[in-house]
Design a binder for this molecule. Structure first.
Ligand code: GLV
Ligand code: MN
Ligand code: MN
Ligand code: MN
Length: 395
């Protein structure tokens, strides 16, 4: 089965009428995706292992014989996400392994393909939960306390999906198996499509510092028709001011700030809210700028009686510059780029693993929306690039 057939095979899973995807961790869609991955793995004659967070690892060769060359990405999505963010890396990885097998390549060390669980954090709030758990960046206690908006915990969700949540935690055995990690991903901006680069493939060098915070704005529920304006304690006003302040502080600090998720209680059209809960995602090329933005925004929100709690934080992440340089040379001088998007590759790099990324051109520059796109020719160039990289690193 080649790249295009795999892609077509995967396409219907979790697709909504909008054309967008809803593939949240440990849901029935996710189980279907995991079964699809398993079928692919066995179809290629690889062995399958699970780690302490339930991430799926496919191995060509004995993973305990020597540290392997690992590639792969994630299959989950944001709400109404695009088809490429995540799956492109997994499908390309499987297809690259297939190509190497077909040409009779004999790896001198194991080659691994990983499907990381819950990369987007769309269900439980913490991005890259699968890779954070196995590196220890997310503690087992914190992972056990995570709940989705319906109150289902991560532990219950794993159990419902037939997985064992008893061993959540840092996984030395799995980490020791990764000699180097190269994640292929659709570009989530437009750099490769601009005249400056004009390239199908780029090599990732860094992930911007980024974090997620929860803002709780308390108020008092009351009738929308009978409560005089002066008698209201309406938290929506504090929330609205905070959104505007975030925009202003972000501009001042060369950062980006987004309130993209909101929960309102009691969430009635004719009731003043008793609580507005909002999630901030903030990033910048420089750590000090995210910190300054957050400090100013917290001070401003606290004046309205809000409480602010951190849900996740990842500092500036540099991929292995030697590995990135080597890949760029190998791929005919593919341009080197940093990114504002988060990736499991960043979590592994932070844990001290030699890591780099390959980006595939995205002509719309859009991501986390159904209009995310990559031309088939560029996707195939991505598979070829990844095949070249694995051939070189596992020679
Ligand atoms: C995940 O893709 C993120 O960057 O938020
Ligand atoms: Mn994403
Ligand atoms: Mn992704
Ligand atoms: Mn991501």
């Amino acid at each position: 089965m080649n790249f295009s057939r795999r892609w077509t095979d995967l396409e219907p899973i979790g697709r909504a009428a909008s054309g967008g995807y809803r593939r949240f961790a440990w849901t029935s869609e996710d189980s279907e995706l995991r079964e699809w991955f398993e079928d692919q793995v066995y179809g290629l004659g690889l062995t399958l292992t699970l780690d302490r967070a339930g991430n799926q690892w496919a191995w060509w060769g004995d993973p305990d014989e020597a540290p392997g060359i690992v590639t792969g990405s994630h299959l989950d999505s944001v709400p109404d996400g695009g088809a490429f963010d995540g799956p492109l890396g997994v499908v390309s990885a499987l297809s690259a392994v297939e190509a190497l097998k077909a040409e009779g390549f004999q790896p001198s060390r194991p080659i691994g393909v990983v499907n990381f669980g819950d990369e987007e954090g769309a269900r439980f709030g913490v991005a890259c939960a699968g890779s954070r758990i196995i590196t220890g960046a997310l503690s087992p206690e914190r992972a056990q306390s995570l709940k989705d908006t319906e109150g289902t915990s991560l532990v219950e969700a794993m159990e419902d999906a037939g997985q064992n949540p008893d061993y959540l935690g840092r996984d030395e055995e799995t980490l020791n198996r990764i000699g180097a990690f190269v994640e292929l991903h659709v570009e989530q901006g437009k750099a490769l499509a601009t005249d400056e680069y004009d390239a199908a493939i780029g090599v990732g060098t860094a992930v911007w510092p980024h974090g997620r915070w929860r803002f709780d704005f308390p108020g008092e529920a009351n009738h929308a028709g009978t409560t005089r304006l002066v008698d209201r304690d309406d938290p929506m006003l504090a929330y609205a001011s905070t959104v505007l302040a975030a925009r202003q502080f972000a501009a001042q600090h060369q950062a980006v700030a987004t309130f993209g998720k909101l929960a309102v209680e009691p969430n009635g059209v004719n009731a003043i809210p008793s609580l507005v809960r909002a999630w901030l995602d903030a990033r910048a090329p420089q750590e000090k700028d995210v910190k300054a933005l957050l400090q100013e925004l917290t001070a401003s929100a606290e004046e309205f009686g809000a409480t602010v709690s951190e849900e996740s934080w990842t500092g500036n992440t540099l991929f292995d510059p030697d590995l990135a340089g080597r890949l760029s040379k190998l791929l005919d001088g593919a341009p080197l780029l940093g990114t504002g998007a988060g990736h499991d590759a960043g979590i592994l790099a932070t844990a001290g693993i030699s890591t780099a990324m390959l980006f595939v051109r995205n002509p719309t520059g859009k991501s986390h929306t159904p209009s995310e796109f990559a031309e088939e020719a560029d996707c195939l160039a991505g598979v070829e690039a990844l095949t070249t990289v694995l051939r070189e690193l596992a020679a």
